[in-house]
Ligand binder design. Structure first.
Ligand SMILES: Cc1ncc(COP(=O)(O)O)c(C=O)c1O
Length: 352
């Protein structure tokens, strides 16, 4: 692994982003690329003046669904669109039989914990395992493995192929929250039964757009709980009343889209495709490892890292660097608009 990343980015950050120096918090939210920002401004202007019909904005939802499907290697007809991770998981959890046991890592983000836990009154049990021993905790009796591909707390990268194989060997469903992974970590979505992603972090989209890959065999066992007109077989023939006429594919699980966030989402995903996730991975992890090694830590395999530095919050604030600090531990995240100068400024601040 390259631990001394020194070459310039293979794309042109100043032309594509308006990031001010020191944004190391993509694990909280990503910054929009110019094509996404421009498309959004123009749609907002059209909205303000009543210049267009909603169908024009809605085209972005279909483009984004298709782009997401290509990025994770699945069929667009198996992808539902929605707003947030917990909302996208809700119908999956509701479809579990009474008495199901769900295994989650002990540091899992709540949006992939509470959707299961709210079913405890009907015997759905959420079991936790230490994130690093998660694979070993998969055993007969576990019905669902639900885990983040990359943990938001510390950037830990799960071994999806190994976990999926272990889950299959005990007949468990595989549910992946790829919110902190999709956009920088290449992976094969087909290894899972469900892949949910919020697009506002590493896919650099407005808050409020998300995707769920729902494998066809699983979908047949689920009730599309958010179904409305947009989940109809023909959207434009589904505005009013009975009979129930749902889409035959994952669109039955769509939430009708918040138009403007989707207008900003499609161009961002299409840009990621053009840049190539493997290239983004190398850039992001290269910067993360430059940061780690400069602070005397071993390099790793993630775009999100944590370091312990006394007084970190004040040091970073004084240098104008925006990263998450929790209980004295810095969580720094590196993405396409992060520069070598950003990394070196953070290192200098933390070393002062
Ligand atoms: C792994 C992960 N999943 C999901 C979310 C957001 O969840 P939701 O879309 O339900 O707000 C976050 C936010 O930090 C996250 O880190």
């Amino acid at each position: 692994m390259d631990t001394s990343w020194n070459s310039p980015a293979p794309w042109n950050p100043p032309a594509l982003w308006r990031a001010e120096p020191g944004w190391l918090n993509t694990a909280s939210y990503g910054l929009p690329p110019e094509p996404a920002w421009e498309a959004l401004q123009s749609a907002l202007e059209d909205w303000r003046r009543g210049r267009t019909s909603w169908e024009v904005w809605d085209g972005a939802t279909s483009r984004a669904r298709e782009s997401f499907a290509r990025l994770v290697g699945v069929d667009a007809s198996d992808v539902a669109v929605g707003a947030q991770v917990s909302q996208l998981l809700a119908p999956v959890a509701a479809g579990l039989p009474d008495g199901t046991t769900v295994l989650v890592p002990d540091i899992e983000f709540t949006s992939n914990v509470f959707p299961w836990a709210v079913h405890q009154d009907r015997g759905v049990r959420v079991e936790t395992a230490p994130v690093e021993a998660y694979l070993d905790a998969i055993r007969p009796g576990i019905d669902v493995v639900a885990f983040a591909l990359v943990q938001s707390a510390n950037g830990y990268v799960a071994d999806l192929p190994a976990i999926a194989a272990a889950a299959r060997s005990v007949g468990a469903l595989v549910v992946v929250d790829a919110t902190q992974a999709c956009g920088w970590l290449p992976f094969d979505g087909r290894l899972a039964d469900v892949v949910v992603v919020g697009a506002y972090k590493w896919m650099m989209s407005p808050r409020g757009t998300g995707f769920a890959y729902l494998a066809p065999a699983l979908r047949d066992r689920l009730r599309p709980l958010s179904a409305g007109w947009y989940a109809g077989l023909d959207v434009h023939d589904s505005y009013y009343s009975m009979p129930l006429r749902l889409a035959k594919d994952a669109r039955a699980f769509d939430l009708s889209p918040a138009w403007h966030p989707w207008v900003g989402t499609a161009p961002a995903l299409e840009l990621i495709e053009r840049m190539g996730v493997a290239n983004i991975h190398d850039w992001d992890v290269g910067l993360a490892n430059r940061f780690l090694t400069a602070l005397g830590q071993a390099p790793g395999n993630s775009a999100i890292v944590t370091v312990d530095v006394p007084g970190a919050e004040e040091k970073l604030a004084a240098a104008g660097i925006r990263a998450a600090v929790r209980a004295g531990r810095v969580r720094a995240a590196f993405h396409v608009y992060t520069t070598i100068a950003d990394v070196d400024a953070a290192v200098a601040a933390l070393s002062s």
